[in-house]
Design a binder for this molecule. Structure first.
Ligand code: GDP
Length: 197
């Protein structure tokens, strides 16, 4: 898929205030600092489209970007930022679960996982929650270029093995780097194919 246009449309904190349009939505979520903003900018080839924040986890908003006038790329707030107050964490959980569970236009949720890390409890719990609620999702391993040789495969396999303990069938997964643009074509084609089906 070629990105002809990528425009910021609206930020808000509630799924029922999201755009009324019925075009499909592909949302991106992950722990703060997982590389979500960098990935969105890499996919759309718009440098400052998603704000890479020097204060990780600052934003608590749902951001809609209209792509090619055909679909929305939705930037969801990052979860798991330890410095948030308990009240803010609860608010964030509500924002995320309301969007993920209620938004009918949500076609696929991409869960971003830092490819350098061992499986993290918070990510595994989030994925389990998606499974329990029947949310269609895929996994994106980020920051592939930051691994030492051989580590990337090992880390990805360890993560998938952990999922296999609970799941009969694994969700689709992608390996990406915002530095080298690894995975860009594959991801955009995946979205394109769903849109055309
Ligand atoms: P967010 O909080 O999930 O939006 O994460 P950011 O996109 O702001 O990225 C967090 C940090 O990781 C920043 O310093 C980025 O430059 C860096 N980063 C993100 N993706 C990559 C990547 O693919 N490769 C490398 N080397 N660094 C990355």
């Amino acid at each position: 898929m070629k990105i002809n246009s990528a425009e910021f449309e609206i930020s808000n904190s509630r799924a029922d205030q999201c755009p009324k349009s019925n075009i499909p939505e592909y949302a991106f979520i992950g722990r703060s600092n997982v590389g979500k903003s960098s990935l969105i900018n890499m996919l759309t080839q718009r440098k400052g489209l998603a704000m890479t924040s020097s204060t990780p986890g600052k934003t608590m908003l749902i951001n809609h970007f209209r792509i090619n006038d055909e679909w929305y790329l939705v930037d969801l707030p990052g979860y798991g930022y330890a410095k948030r107050s308990k009240k803010d964490q609860e608010k964030l959980q509500n924002i995320i679960s309301f969007y993920v569970l209620e938004r009918e236009q949500l076609t696929n949720l991409f869960v971003l996982i830092d490819s350098r890390l061992k499986p993290q409890k918070i990510d595994l719990e989030f994925i389990e929650w998606l499974g329990e609620n029947g949310v269609p999702f895929s996994i994106i391993f980020t920051k592939a270029d930051k691994n030492k040789k051989g580590e990337l495969r090992k880390n990805v396999e360890t993560f998938l093995d952990t999922l296999r303990e609970q799941w009969e069938e694994l969700p689709p997964h992608f390996i990406t780097s915002s530095e080298s643009r690894l995975g860009r074509e594959e991801l955009l084609n995946y979205i394109d194919n769903i849109n055309k089906s």
